[in-house]
Design a protein around this ligand. Structure first.
Ligand code: IPM
Ligand code: MN
Length: 352
């Protein structure tokens, strides 16, 4: 029987609560589909930082490398400097483990969840492949003469040939595997940010190896508009890190909100990290009101990545049932108890 070693980082705010529901579902899926999951909890996050001064030490990264996957809840807490622990832990994992793909499916499960008029599940089912190790996130920049009238602040958008090519290849392969519209859209802003010409060129070059895939291009500003007007156009999207961050919040909104959107931070063949896209929502922490579906969906993506395709599909279909049957009425915090939603998912998996 396969055993999967999972590092668990509950993190801040609602993170530990939604992660607990994800783990419930993970165990239930293991029983039904015949695998075990050996989980190890790690304490990194704001409480740990305030108690020890430690953000995310090298020893933690080494520990992550000893696992098959990492399951992360959320990081972020107003008691510490904005973004400090997000950069250390989330970006730390992405960069140090070289998780160059951030995979973000945008799928509408039920028409009632969509804020767009007249759009149905047939219209919204695409995936964003967000580059995850470069761009404005690369950390090349800083502030000089801070607080003076001569202050200088800069941050570089960094793209490497290798970094661009590998994520574009991943997106072409994924598009072929999805076997839906076989359309891959490159989203960039190469008309204004000339450095992104490297994306245009590499995309065109790699496309020659995939004659069965239709190539398409959109500027990021126009893409935001088209997400709302014509989401049915999209199949697979590939885009630099920062634009991927922005358009996937919009994507989450059209699929029902942050309560449902999950992501995988992937380096094929290596230890990869799975997390809900939402943040730590401190105002809901500890109240058992956060919706755990995004975290549960992240577990589904993780299992699929680990080769447990049936279990991954079962979790996806359990979520679908919860949302279409009306058992979960909406994804807003407070509508259902966090642990109830986890229990209902477990029941559906056991009954599958
Ligand atoms: C995300 C988040 C992160 C990002 C933050 C927390 C650094 O918004 O995963 O989308 O910008 O990538
Ligand atoms: Mn984001």
């Amino acid at each position: 029987m396969a055993n999967h070693r999972i590092a668990v980082l509950g993190g801040d705010g609602i993170g530990p609560e939604v992660v607990a529901e994800g783990l419930k579902v993970l165990r239930a899926a293991g029983e039904v589909y015949g695998f075990t999951a050996e989980t190890t909890d790690y304490p990194y996050g704001t409480d740990h930082f305030l108690a020890t001064g430690e953000k995310f030490p090298d020893s933690a990264l080494d520990a992550m490398r000893q696992h098959d996957a990492v399951f992360l809840g959320a990081i972020g807490d107003p008691r510490v400097e904005v973004g400090m622990l997000e950069r250390a832990i989330i970006a730390g994992l992405r960069f140090q483990l070289d998780l160059y793909v951030n995979l973000r499916p945008i799928k509408l499960y039920d028409e009632r969840l969509c804020p767009l008029k007249g759009k149905t599940p047939d219209d919204i089912d695409f995936v964003v492949v967000r580059e995850n190790t470069e761009d404005a996130y690369a950390g090349i920049g800083g502030i000089l003469k801070k607080g003076t009238p001569n202050e200088v602040a800069m941050q570089s958008m960094v793209y490497t040939r290798n970094g661009v090519e590998r994520v574009i290849r991943y997106a072409f392969d994924l598009c072929r595997k999805r076997n839906q519209k076989r359309r891959l859209t490159l989203v960039d802003k190469a008309n204004a940010i000339r450095a992104q010409d490297i994306w245009t060129r590499v995309f065109a070059e790699v496309a020659k190896e995939y004659p069965d895939i239709e190539t398409d291009h959109g500027y990021v500003d126009a893409t935001c508009m088209w997400f709302l007007k014509k989401p049915e156009w999209y199949d697979t999207i590939v885009t630099p890190n920062l634009f991927g961050d922005i358009i996937t919040d919009l994507g989450a909104a059209i699929q029902g909100g942050m309560g449902i959107a999950a992501s995988g931070n992937i380096h094929p063949g290596k230890v990869s990290m799975f997390e809900p896209i939402h943040g730590s929502a401190p105002k809901y922490a500890g109240k058992n009101v956060a919706n755990p579906i995004a975290a549960i969906a992240a577990v589904g993506m993780m299992l699929d990545y680990l080769g447990e395709h049936e279990a991954g599909a079962a979790i996806d279909s359990a979520i679908q049932t919860l949302l279409t049957s009306g058992k979960v009425q909406n994804l807003r915090a407070g509508t259902h108890a966090t642990n109830d939603v986890g229990d209902w998912t477990v029941e559906l998996i056991q009954g599958a």
